[in-house]
Design a protein around this ligand. Structure first.
Ligand code: WT7
Length: 648
C-alpha cells in the first residue's frame, strides 16, 4: 500500500451534488430507499430490475442460485442475446438512425455509425464467422486496435453465442500466444495495423508470431484492413474481414443463450503465476453494465455523448466503451490513437468537436494532462461536460481538484469509480446528483452492492482504521470463475474468508461519515498507470533472460504512473554495457511495453529472510528511498542493502 492513507485521512473538503430533478437518482433519500429495497428483498429487487432492463427471449424464474457457491448463478433459466439487447431492440424502437458509435482515427478522419448500420455490420460479421465454423461456445480472440470493427467483432461473437477474449493490442505475441492457448480459441480477429503517434503500428505480425508454434485450436485469422500496410498471408487460414463481410447478408438471427452462458473471458494479472482468464456471464453482466451507466453516469441516451478513453483490451473498455452505452441505446465515442498526439490538447479537441457530455478516464491520464499545462484545455470549449469520471487507481486529491475545477469548471460532479475486472462494472461510486463527494473517495457502495472493510478475521474495523475491502453479498456481474481453473478461483477470491466474502485484494478504510477510501492492492499486484501487473510475471520475464540469476520486482510511488516498476537483479555475469536496455526490451517482448521496468538495480544478492523469502517490504522501502525500518541482523545484509540503495 502506498502513502494514500496519510494523504487522504485528513481530507475535509465536501462537494454537495448539483441539483437535477431529471437525474435517475437525484437524492440521498432515493439512494437509501433503493438500497433498503435490496436489504428487504434482495432477489425480488434484482429480479424486478432484470425484467425491466433486459429483453429476455425466455424469462427467468429464479433470480439467484447459491446452491453451488462460490459458483453463483443469476437468472439461470432465462435466455437472451446481448447483440439483440444492444442493437435490434433500439432499431425496433425507431432509433435506427441514432448514432451508436462516433469514431475518430488518429489522422483525424471521423465515422458516425448509426444503430441500423452497426446492426447490419454485426450481422454480416456474425454470418462470416459462422461460415468459418464458429458457433456457440467457441472462443474467439480479438487482438485489435481501437477501431469500430473491434466493437463489431465483440458484438458479432455475442450474436452467435461465441465467447470472446479481447487481448490488449499492445501485449506481446508471447502474451497473445499464452492467452490463445489457455482459452483454446478457434479464431483470432486482428487488423493489419493502426495509427499510433503518427505512424502505422502493426498487429498482424504479432499474431503470426503467436501462432508460429502451438495454438493448434486456431482455424482462422480474420484481418481488418485499417493500416493499409502489407501483411504476410497464410492461405486457407487468413481471411480478409472486409471481403468476408461483403459476401454476407446483413441479417442474422440472434441466438438466444442461457443467462449463465460465458459472454467473454478477459485475462488479468494475479499475484502468482500466469494471467488468469476472468469469466463473465451474459445476463448479469449486461444488466449491471446498463444499470451502472444509468446510475453512475446518469446516462441520457437521447442527448449524451459518452467517452470512456479506455482501450477495449481492458474491462473498462468492455463495459463502458461498448456494452454499457449500447445496452442503453446511446452514443459512445471511440478514438484510435494516442491521446496526446499530436499535442496534449488532442483529448480536449475531441471532446469539443464531438460535444462529449460525459467523460471517463484514469487518474494517470489526468496527472499527465495536468503536467502538460492548463493552456491546453483552455483552448477548447468544454462547457458541454456534465459528468466526469475516473477509474483504475486511487485518485490523489490534487488531481481530483484539478479535474473538478479546470476541466469541469467547478460545475460537473466527479465520479471516482472503484471496481475490477472481476466485478464487471462499478461497485463503489458516487451517484452524480445524489452523493456529496470528497476528493479521493469513491464514496459509497452502489445500490445492490454490499461491501465492508474488515480485519484479517473478517470483522468490520472501526471507522478510520485500515482493513481489507470485501463484498459481502453476490452481485449479478460478478466473475463466474477463472477459465479452466476452479481451484484458483476459490483460492484467490473466497478462501481468505471461508466463502463468506469476496476478497477484492484491496486495502481500504471508511471515514467518520462512512465514506470509503481505497488504498491500493494488498497483494503482489502493481498498478502502473491504471494497468494491473503481477510482480511474479515480470520476475519470470526477467529470469528468462540469460544474464539474470534472480530478480525481484516491487512498486514505488510515481507522480504520473501512480506506481513505477522497480526491479532488483542478481546477474550471472558482470554488468555489461547496454544490459539495462536489453533487460527492459526483454520484458517488453515477453509481456508488453507497459511492463518495462522504470528502475533496474544490480546487486550481488537479494535480501532474504532466514526461511529464504525475499524481503519485499524492505525492497519497497529501498525503491521509494524511504528510511529502512526493518532489523538487519548481519553485516552481509547491510552490504547488500547499500548496494541496492546505490551506495555500494
Ligand atoms: C484494481 C482493479 C476497474 C477497471 C480498471 C482496473 C484498482 C480500480 C479504483 C479506484 C482506487 C482503484 C484497485 C482494483 N482500482 N479503480 N476508483 N480507486 N483503486 O481494473 O485492472 O481489474 O484493476 O484497480 O486496486 O483492485 P483492474
Amino acid at each position: 500500500m502506498s502513502g494514500t492513507i496519510e494523504s487522504t485521512m485528513h481530507e475535509m473538503r465536501v462537494f454537495p451534488p448539483p441539483q437535477d430533478k431529471a437525474a435517475r437518482l437525484s437524492s440521498m433519500q432515493q439512494y437509501q430507499a433503493l438500497q433498503q429495497r435490496f436489504v428487504d428483498d434482495f432477489s425480488g429487487t434484482w429480479g424486478e430490475l432484470a425484467t425491466q432492463h433486459i429483453s429476455w427471449r425466455k424469462p427467468f424464474s429464479t433470480v439467484l442460485d447459491e446452491s453451488d457457491a462460490p459458483f453463483y448463478k443469476w437468472f439461470a433459466d432465462g435466455q437472451l442475446n446481448v447483440s439483440e439487447n444492444c442493437l435490434d431492440r433500439h432499431v425496433a424502437a425507431g432509433l435506427g438512425e441514432r448514432t451508436a458509435i462516433i469514431w475518430e482515427g488518429e489522422p483525424g478522419e471521423v465515422r458516425h455509425i448509426s444503430y441500423a448500420e452497426l446492426l447490419g455490420q454485426v450481422c454480416r460479421a456474425a454470418n462470416a464467422m459462422r461460415a468459418l465454423g464458429i458457433g456457440k461456445g467457441d472462443r474467439v480472440v480479438i487482438y485489435m486496435p481501437m477501431i469500430p470493427e473491434a466493437a463489431m467483432a465483440m458484438l458479432a461473437c455475442t450474436r452467435i453465442g461465441a465467447t470472446h477474449s479481447v487481448v490488449f493490442g499492445a501485449f506481446s505475441s508471447k502474451a497473445l500466444h499464452e492467452r490463445i492457448e489457455d482459452a483454446g480459441a478457434k479464431m483470432v480477429i486482428t487488423a493489419d495495423g493502426a495509427w499510433r503517434r503518427g505512424a502505422v503500428s502493426t498487429l498482424k505480425p504479432g499474431v503470426d508470431a503467436a501462432l508460429a508454434s502451438g495454438c493448434a485450436t486456431i482455424e482462422h485469422v480474420m484481418v481488418v484492413r485499417r493500416g493499409g500496410n502489407a501483411v504476410d498471408w497464410v492461405d486457407g487460414r487468413d481471411v480478409d474481414w472486409q471481403q468476408a463481410l461483403a459476401a454476407q447478408p446483413d441479417v442474422c438471427e440472434p441466438l438466444a443463450v442461457e443467462a449463465e452462458h460465458p459472454l467473454f473471458i478477459l485475462y488479468t494479472s494475479g499475484s502468482t503465476g500466469t494471467a488468469k482468464g476472468i469469466v463473465h456471464a451474459t445476463g448479469g453482466y449486461l444488466l449491471w453494465a446498463r444499470l451502472t451507466m444509468q446510475w453512475v453516469f446518469d446516462f441520457r441516451p437521447q442527448s449524451d455523448v459518452f467517452w470512456c478513453t479506455a482501450d477495449i483490451g481492458w474491462i473498462t473498455g468492455h463495459t463502458y466503451s461498448v456494452y454499457g452505452p449500447l445496452a442503453c441505446g446511446g452514443t459512445t465515442l471511440m478514438y484510435e490513437g494516442v491521446p496526446t498526439f499530436p499535442d496534449p490538447g488532442r483529448i480536449w479537441k475531441i471532446c469539443r468537436d464531438h460535444g462529449v457530455t460525459v467523460f471517463y478516464t484514469a487518474p494517470t491520464a489526468i496527472r499527465a494532462l495536468i503536467k502538460a499545462g492548463d493552456a491546453w484545455p483552455a483552448k477548447y470549449d468544454l462547457s458541454k461536460f456534465r459528468i466526469l469520471g475516473t477509474v483504475g487507481e486511487p485518485i490523489n486529491p490534487q488531481a481530483w481538484m484539478w479535474y473538478h475545477d479546470v476541466i469541469g469548471g467547478g460545475r460537473c460532479p466527479v465520479v471516482d469509480t472503484w471496481w475490477q475486472t472481476e466485478t464487471g462494472g462499478h461497485m463503489i461510486a458516487p451517484l452524480p446528483f445524489a452523493t456529496a463527494t470528497k476528493p479521493g473517495s469513491a464514496t459509497f457502495p452502489l445500490p445492490g452492492v454490499f461491501a465492508e472493510v474488515v480485519d484479517m478475521e473478517g470483522v468490520p474495523v472501526e471507522h478510520g482504521q485500515g482493513g481489507l475491502l470485501v463484498v459481502t453479498r453476490p452481485w449479478p456481474s460478478m466473475l463466474r470463475g477463472i477459465w479452466g481453473d476452479e481451484a484458483r478461483y476459490r483460492r484467490t477470491y473466497w478462501q481468505k474468508f471461508e466463502g463468506r466474502y469476496y476478497f477484492a485484494g484491496d486495502g481500504a478504510h471508511k471515514d467518520d461519515d462512512g465514506y470509503y477510501w481505497i488504498m491500493g492492492r494488498v497483494d503482489d499486484v502493481l498498478n502502473v498507470s491504471g494497468h494491473r501487473l503481477g510482480t511474479m510475471e515480470i520476475e519470470s520475464a526477467l529470469a528468462s533472460h540469460p544474464a539474470v540469476a534472480e530478480a525481484a520486482v516491487v512498486g514505488r510511488p510515481d507522480e504520473i504512473k501512480g506506481e513505477a516498476i522497480c526491479v532488483f537483479v542478481v546477474l550471472k555475469q558482470d554488468e555489461t554495457e547496454g544490459l539495462r536496455t536489453a533487460l527492459r526490451n526483454h520484458v517488453a517482448a515477453e509481456i508488453g511495453p507497459i511492463a518495462k521496468p522504470d528502475d533496474i538495480r544490480f546487486a550481488d544478492k537479494l535480501p532474504k529472510t532466514r526461511s529464504g523469502k525475499i524481503m519485499r517490504r524492505l525492497l519497497r522501502d529501498i525503491a521509494a528511498g524511504r528510511e529502512i525500518t526493518q532489523d538487519m541482523t548481519t553485516l552481509e545484509d547491510l552490504k547488500v542493502i547499500e548496494q541496492l540503495q546505490g551506495k555500494g
